[in-house]
Structures are given as C-alpha cells and as structure tokens.
Design a protein around this ligand. Sequence first.
Ligand SMILES: [Zn+2]
Length: 505
Amino acid sequence: MSFLLFRASFLSRSSFSNRPIHLNAKNTLCTSTCGRLSAAGNRENMEIAPSNTNKVSVAAAAINDQEFSPELLRFFYNRLFPYQPMFKWLSYGNDPDNDAAHIVRDYFACREFSFTINDDIYIRYQSFRDASEMESAIQKKQPHKIDIGAVFTLPPKDHHTVKAEAFKPVERELIFDIDMTDYDDIRSCCTGAKICPKCWVFMTMAVKVVDTALREDFGFRYILWVYSGRRGVHCWVCDPNARALSNDGRSAVVEYLSLPRGNEKSKGKNGGLSWPLHPSFTRAFDILEPMFESGVLGEAGQGVLDSENSWDTLLDTLPDEDLANRLRREMRRLTNAQDRWLEIKSQVRAASSAHASGNARRQSRGGRAGNGLFALDLWKYEVVFQYCYPRLDVNVSKGTNHLLKSPFAVHPKTGRVCVPIDPEDVDNFDPFRVPTLKALAAQIDAYDAQNAQNASAKALPDYKKTELKSAVELLERCVVDPVALATKRRLKLEREKEAAMIGDF
Ligand SMILES: [Zn+2]
C-alpha cells in the first residue's frame, strides 16, 4: 500500500442521499439531483407481469428470430439465471438459514438490487432474504437490466421506515467500469457503442494492467471480471478490505490506477508523467508495449504508423524537431508499422544518450514539449499510454453507493449475457462469441435432443447444458469458492478464540 499512499490524492467524501436516479451517458445508474424520473424511480408497486412458476419451453422462447425479446428473457430467468451461485457470492458465507455464531444472517437481505423494467422504469431499493426470494422477484418483474448496489444498514426495501440518516451504505465491492466510448479519440475503426476485434484489444489491455496492479500492489485476491454485454468490462474486487473501503479509499485506489492528468499543452498526449517513472507505470509499459506493437500500430490495429498522415501526427509530438524530421524520411523507406516503431525507438534512444553525454540532460529543459527533464526518455511511454493505458470511469469506482450492472444480466441491445472473463485467459475472450439468449435456448434444445434417453442428463440444471456452465464455474472459481473457504476459516478462528477465552479446549 506504500505506492498508494505515495501517489494517492484523496477526493472529498461524496454524500449519500435518497435521490431519484437516471441513466447517465454511459448507461450506468447514478444518484442525481435530477428529478426527471423520480416518479418512476419509486414505483415499487407498479403493475408487473404475473409470476410464472412453470418451466418456459424453448419453443415458446424462440417464437421470433430476435436475439432479445420478452419471451427469451422470461425463458432465461425461468431456466438459466444462476440464482444460487449469485446468492452464494453476494452473501459471502452469511447464510440466513445458518444458526452458527458470527453469521450475519441479514447480510444478503441488506444488499440493494435495482431493476430496469422496459428500458425506462427504474426500481431501486429491492432486497431479498435469500436466493429463492431473489428468484421470485426477478421472475415476477422480468427486469431488462439488473444492477447491484451496496450493503446497507438495513434491508433497502424497508428504507422508508427509518429516517434517511439511519439508512446508509456500509459495504460494497470495489468496482471498476471500463467503457469503449472513452477510447473514441484514438479509435479509427469504430465510434460510440460499436466495437470490433481491432478495438477490443484496448479492453484486453485494461484487464491485464488493472488486474496485475490490484493483485501485486494491493494484494487483492478475489477479483471478478465481467463482460458488460456490449462494449466494455466491469471489475468487482471482493476481498473484505476492498468491500470495507471508504469513498476516500476508493478514490485513492482509482487515482493510483489512472494516469496523472495530462499537460494540455502537450498536444493532447498524457503529458503528466514525470521521471523517474513509478514502478507501476514501467510494469504497465512492459505489459502494453508488445500489444501496442502487434495490435495498435499497424493495419490490423489503428494504423498509427501506417500512412504518412498518421506517422506525421505521431512524430509531431517528439520533443526534438531535428530527430522528428530525420525519422519522417526513414518512415517512408520502411515497409511496415512494426519496423517503423523499432526504428523510432532506436533513434530516440540514441538521441537520448547523446543528450545525456556531458550531463546535458540535467541542464536541458526537455526540448520543445516543455515537459521537464528527460522528455525524450518519457516520450515512448507517453505514446504507448496515450493509446493503451486503461481509461477508468472514476465516478463509478469512488462511491460506495454506486450501482453496477449485475453479472449474468442480459444486454437488451445485443441479447448477450454479461459473463465473467478469466483474466488469465483474457487474450482469448471474444465478445462476439459470448452467447445470446437465442443461442442458449438452441443449446438446451440440442442437449436435450442428444440425451433424450438419458433421464439424469436431462434433469441437469439447464445452465449446465449450455455455454453458461463454464461462465458460472468461473464465477465460482474467482469468488464463490475462495470466499467460502475464507469464511470457513474465519468462523473456525472465531470459535477457537471463544474456546480459548472460556478455557474450553
Ligand atoms: Zn473497432
């Protein structure tokens, strides 16, 4: 944590209040003083679809050819949503039916869920005793979107029974939201909500850099990465000390994981780096540069060194004009982006050494960029970070009370399920191969047809007949199982402590 203390700048504590909500530009829920949707926001007794306790058939779900429809959603909530694993995760071993000491039996009941119905009605402060209550509510209300909020001082559904100051968020996972729209200024392939394999590499990079920093610099272990269903990724850090962070602590972590604010005069680059670089930046560079070379520079990426126009733009940012002019001539001679990058790095290194001789660097003001000492040394880091460094949505991370879309929710625009991502295999995660509701329905059909004579296979939980099986197993591997083990150890320790105090060995 020493790096954190060194670099953290603490933001002011954001206050909590019982405000109506609306969707912000990035489609995440936030509290707001805006009253536009206040009436809808509190419609807890709104008219809702009747509960369906019978199994919804595949045929009924697939009545049209869309990837998303009310029928498919009903089918998904009826047969596929992993209620039990989600409950196990979010209760952290605090089972309301467990009578043992030191179990916080209303822990899960104090968790806020928020539903979006039909894309425009937001119902906050939903809470459930256990998995089966959660299942009934979801099946009854058929939310198009499910968000998860904080654990409060009392069950959120009862928040109106106490004064506002008695209803406070007390705990929540440390969360991160990385959205492709934040990369629009450097994407040449797509804009807005559109993504393609060329720009998805930015999400892969973000997962690698943030995941490494969370584990190596903060020691966090229970980390869940989730595809947002369309154009980004979410991260849930579930370690007890992460869940207990104050708003200031959350701000400090997200500040640590972000680049220093750029110098506006440095032509739009992230000119806020200074020498010597913090070790987390040199580590990030080592992760990012190979991916920058293979996935960003050339035609297969964003074409940064692919044409005269593009390399001119890049070389304009060099803090040595003579060097930039020499390199412009070299660029034309070389035939591919990777060779051009190698040449640039090699000449920048040589120029930097020349500056260093005679201790010239120490007297230099760093050339025309005015970026202080060692501007040439910093330049390659700035270039790579400008394209590749994770762009976090700070506002999502810094508030204990911020809601974030639930894993295994479905994106209504794509019909894709928000499945967990394995950070160790993130290179192979392909958002275009994430199953849609329609594909999942077809997978159940195919499995049942193949196992028509096998009663035990047919009786499997439906998600185990589909690609969701591995997605649920990943949730279990990343958070459910290790947290269950940690809870078991904690309870054993508590019992031993008590036994020691009363001399009962
Ligand atoms: Zn793209």
